[in-house]
Design a protein around this ligand. Structure first.
Ligand SMILES: Cc1cc2nc3c(=O)[nH]c(=O)nc-3n(C[C@H](O)[C@H](O)[C@H](O)COP(=O)(O)OP(=O)(O)OC[C@H]3O[C@@H](n4cnc5c(N)ncnc54)[C@H](O)[C@@H]3O)c2cc1C
Length: 387
């Protein structure tokens, strides 16, 4: 069974695309064909986390791309990193999503950690020897992070953490967790970030959720029951948690947008290839205007989504980051992924609805992207508040 069609996405251009960056993309294109495409169907249907594959990506330098080389990162602009993510997502959304989660898990330490903290932990994180996860959401605090209830109380040199985190991607497979918790007053000013090692007594990942898609990436609650985390693992000053989370969301939204563009491109390529070969009424179905125009709209939406993503990425790389630009990219790209994957099923007709083709899986996977890193309603809130 084919898992993807050849991509017609042209070679990227612009100042970010140094010879090194183009070589990197070439390597990624080889990796996705050799390592991702042959495994995706089995791992997704069996809900198995591809840890070995992530180790391979780590060895190839893909788990720390947008961070400084000084700490073992790739020193690449966001534009290059996000194009790599898009390429991974064209072949396996779950793996691209894992890379996004891990790269985000390094953000707090890289941007807000002390020099000493960075020197100790960051190289292993950026090299992928240690895999990360982000614990923000709780049962009563999803879109509204100010409602976070997990507490961290300082006793001498350690925080004692109590609470339950929901929906933690990489729960149970991560080596460390970014735990956003309440060290102070109500509201967003009382939040701080702790970097908790996976083996901490009292930190207990629960059974994975049974999901509609992206099953290879485990998602679960984590119970914190008197988990003790030493004070030297607090990232940034007490009360800086919300600021760190905001930076993390902005970058995470770009990551999700890149995943969405990759997924939509895969669905478009597959639908085009199918429409050229499938014959009805004695002709390839692409020659019927009803199908040709549908594909034209899909192609236009994918290009527009990529353009918004690149605009937001280039702003970030130029030091002119805009939360609204990241939200627009996330909103448009993920709505595009939902529409384009749904339309790809339409192009394949009945064959699109069964597991003989990847289109039904892509449609299920696209739905997730409209929900995470802030639902698309929350993106509209971010955009409207910037107007
Ligand atoms: C597979 C998966 C993986 C995830 N991974 C992680 C992870 O690694 N770490 C983590 O911390 N979280 C993670 N999440 C959680 C995810 O970020 C939340 O599900 C998301 O933020 C929405 O929160 P909620 O589910 O509580 O929905 P709610 O906040 O309860 O929202 C319900 C509905 O109300 C709408 N809504 C809420 N507030 C407003 C408003 N002000 N205006 C308009 N509409 C509004 C929402 O858009 C949504 O449609 C994951 C979720 C899933 C499903």
């Amino acid at each position: 069974m084919p898992t993807s069609a050849p991509s017609r996405h042209p070679q990227p251009t612009g100042p970010a695309w140094t010879e090194e960056a183009l070589d990197l993309l070439k390597l990624v294109r080889q990796l996705v064909t050799a390592e991702l495409a042959p495994r995706v169907e089995q791992f997704e249907s069996e809900a198995t986390f591809p840890r070995e594959l992530l180790n391979t990506l780590g060895r190839a330098g893909l788990l720390g791309l947008p961070y400084p080389q000084q700490y073992g990162g790739g020193g690449q602009p966001y534009e290059v990193y996000l194009t790599v993510l898009e390429t991974l997502a064209q072949h396996w959304l779950g793996v691209a999503q894992s890379v996004n989660i891990h790269v985000l898990s390094c953000y707090g330490l890289a941007a807000f950690g002390s020099e000493e903290q960075r020197a100790v932990w960051l190289p292993d994180m950026l090299g992928g020897e240690l895999l990360g996860a982000n614990c923000i959401s709780e049962a009563e605090a999803g879109s509204d992070i100010s409602a976070l209830r997990t507490t961290a109380t300082l006793h001498e040199d350690r925080y004692v953490v109590n609470g339950v985190k929901s929906w933690v991607s990489h729960a149970g497979v991560a080596d460390y967790y970014n735990v956003f918790c309440r060290t102070g007053s109500d509201g967003v000013r009382g939040l701080s970030l702790l970097l908790a090692p996976a083996g901490t007594p009292g930190l207990r990942p629960q059974a994975p959720e049974r999901k509609m898609g992206v099953r290879s990436s485990p998602t679960a609650q984590i119970v914190f029951d008197g988990a003790e985390i030493t004070q030297d693992r607090r990232i940034g000053r007490p009360g800086k948690g919300f600021l760190i989370a905001t930076g993390l969301f902005d970058r995470g939204r770009l990551g999700i947008a890149a995943c969405a563009v990759g997924l939509a491109q895969a669905a478009l390529d597959y639908a085009v290839a199918y429409a050229k070969t499938r014959q009805q009424f004695g002709k390839p179905i692409i020659s019927f205007q009803g199908i040709g125009f549908l594909l034209a709209d899909m192609a236009t939406q994918v290009s527009a989504a990529r353009t918004l993503l690149l605009d937001a990425a280039r702003r970030l790389d130029a030091g002119q980051h805009s939360s609204a630009a990241a939200a627009k990219a996330k909103l448009f790209a993920t709505d595009t992924a939902m529409r384009v994957t749904t339309d790809a099923v339409q192009v394949l007709g009945g064959y699109g609805y069964v597991t003989d083709h990847p289109t039904e899986r892509w449609m299920r996977e696209a739905k997730l992207l409209q929900l995470i890193e802030g639902t698309n309603q929350i993106q509209r809130l971010v955009i409207s508040s910037s107007l």
